[in-house]
Design a protein around this ligand. Structure first.
Ligand SMILES: [Zn+2]
Length: 179
């Protein structure tokens, strides 16, 4: 009794009672004290944060983390990012689908930028030939068609604004309406 053991971690000499029992060691106790063991367990639970001083043996054990959804690619703007995050949070996409999603998110961003231009300058622009449809409006319509195709390819529900569900021009005409 009264025997002191040197902790391999904090370097303090403590009574044997301050060490957990471990039959695999020479003296039947762990080489690190209660406090150090507890501290290490806490570190491992908050893995990746703060000062991790784990031994090489601990690093060998692979942490059982399930990878979260992939983050949005860096080239996406706010709208594209929002779409990306919303989709990957709900669906488990394979590499091919992620590529499609990236393409789709970029198209959403482009539509966004075109819309900003139109909001700023108006859908009609005046030129020497008179009032013409703004080129951005033409491009926006093109991109919306691209976007609709991408969404179909991704097999996701279409957007709430109905832009992706609109039939192509001339598919049908409303009869008997206001005339
Ligand atoms: Zn210690």
């Amino acid at each position: 009794m009264g025997e002191l053991k040197h902790c391999a971690k904090c370097g303090e000499s403590k009574p044997l009672a301050a060490f957990y029992r471990d039959v695999s060691t020479n003296d039947g106790h762990r080489s690190t004290c209660h406090e150090c063991d507890t501290a290490r367990q806490r570190e491992r639970r908050t893995r990746g944060k703060g000062d991790l001083r784990v031994t090489s043996g601990d690093l060998r054990k692979s942490p059982d983390v399930t990878p979260g959804p992939p983050g949005p690619p860096g080239d996406l703007q706010a709208s594209g990012c929002a779409l990306w995050v919303a989709v990957v949070a709900e669906w488990d996409l394979d590499a091919h689908e992620l590529q499609l999603l990236h393409e789709t998110a970029r198209t959403v961003d482009l539509c966004d930028r075109l819309q900003v231009v139109l909001d700023d300058e108006g859908a009609m622009s005046e030129s020497s030939q008179g009032v013409r449809v703004h080129p951005a409006a033409v491009e926006l319509r093109q991109q919306r068609i691209v976007l609709a195709r991408l969404l179909v390819a991704l097999n996701l529900p279409s957007g709430e604004d109905g832009a992706t569900a609109r039939p192509a021009r001339g598919v049908y005409s409303i009869r008997g309406g206001a005339g």
